[in-house]
Write a protein that binds this ligand. Structure first.
Ligand code: SAH
Ligand code: SF4
Length: 351
């Protein structure tokens, strides 16, 4: 089923745009708030908007498309309750989200693209390249429908699923405004983290938006030579260029940056690299998350040993950088990004 041409996806509209669209249709603008509420509930058809007239529901149906993702697969971890969704979007593409249950609130990890073109060597999401960007509504749908299906109130969002959020800049920005809108599910920007592989120019652009979100940088290595081996994006934006953009981001927004560092054996886990990392990050408040690398079958990048992780953390701490080792949630359900979609593609269920 392909999205119908000439129709606007209604969930990509903010309140003002919805008001304008209704006015253009000769409808009362006050309807916008009511309809917006229904969309974010979320409803699965215009028919369900029971306080709107039958005629208006029909007119909406004629003019707009309503995206409704279908649950293709769902896995629930027996160990910690993590839920992994594989959604089939209208048009047939599959994307995944992971709902994690932390003490500080339920957190959903959403995808921003179908695939990814950044090609990081350790990542299952990049294996098949980029198929397409998700719309703002399709990113939002993952939050809305996971909340509806699970019955769990979602209070935090991380943009850490499949895709490079800053490679889909406009739709992601729109999503951030929609999901934090007081007329919708109103998740505060301080409860949202955006993770990027380091598109320095877009980080500087994002700084100008003056959002309250947390920016998370997937650094994974402190020197260009090692980083290039695992993250080709380093060729476009070398480490020094990236750190310059991060400093600008902090200086403009006042928001502390968080650095993701997946420990790869003999590539990024050597003591001199811990020292180099500390030097690189010196001078601005930050936090480093050391992540045990999730081995991906197709990749020869291997996880570091526990001992190497511990030593790395110790060197960072001694050099004044706060670093925590992140716990893996849902280890029994392949909760690392891209893994469920990859398996489905391999089995020939998705193109
Ligand atoms: N494209 C963005 C966000 C999605 S990836 C980015 O790269 O930041 C989300 C996070 O998962 C990134 O920090 C990424 O480096 C990490 N990641 C991907 N594959 C991984 C793996 N096999 N093991 C551990 N972390 C991984
Ligand atoms: Fe894309 Fe992020 Fe995976 Fe790299 S780690 S391939 S940027 S999703």
């Amino acid at each position: 089923m392909t999205l119908e041409a000439n129709k606007t996806e209604i969930k990509t509209l903010n309140i003002d745009e919805l008001k304008q669209a209704l006015t253009d249709m000769g409808e009362k603008p006050f309807r916008a708030k009511q309809i917006f509420k229904w969309l974010h509930l979320p409803v699965s058809s215009f028919e369900e908007m029971s306080d709107q007239s039958k005629a208006l529901r029909q007119r909406l149906e004629d003019k707009f498309t309503l995206t409704v993702p279908h649950i293709e697969r769902k896995q629930v971890s027996k160990l910690d309750g993590t839920i992994k969704y594989l959604w089939r979007m209208q048009g047939g593409d599959c994307v995944e989200s992971v709902l994690m249950r932390y003490e500080h609130g339920n957190t959903i990890c959403v995808s921003t693209q179908v695939g990814c073109r950044m090609g990081c060597k350790f990542c299952a999401s990049g294996l098949f390249g980029l198929k397409r960007n998700l719309s703002a509504g399709e990113i939002l749908d993952q939050v809305l429908f996971a909340q509806k299906d699970s019955g769990l109130k979602i209070s935090n969002i991380v943009l850490m699923g499949t895709g490079e959020p800053l490679d889909n800049y406009d739709n992601v920005l729109k999503f951030l405004h929609l999901v934090s809108s007081s007329d919708g599910i109103c998740i505060g920007q301080r409860h949202i983290s955006l993770s990027t592989s380091g598109l320095a120019d877009k980080i500087e652009k994002l700084a100008q938006e003056k959002l309250q979100i947390t920016l998370s940088i997937s650094l994974h290595a402190p020197d260009n030579e090692s980083r290039e081996k695992i993250m080709p994006v380093t060729r476009s934006f070398p480490v020094e260029r990236l750190i310059k953009a991060c400093r600008y981001y902090f200086d403009t927004t006042g928001r502390r940056i968080s650095y993701e560092y997946a420990m790869s054996r003999n590539i990024s886990d050597r003591p001199w690299q811990a020292k180099q990392l500390a030097k690189l990050l010196h001078g601005r408040p930050c936090h480093v998350n050391l992540i045990p690398l999730n081995p991906v079958k197709e990749s020869d990048v291997q996880p570091s040993t526990k001992e190497a992780v511990r030593k790395f953390q110790q060197i960072l701490t001694q050099n004044g950088i706060t670093a925590t080792v992140r716990r893996r949630l849902g280890p029994d359900i392949d909760a690392a990004c891209g893994q469920l979609r990859r398996r489905t593609i391999e089995e020939g269920e998705s193109k």
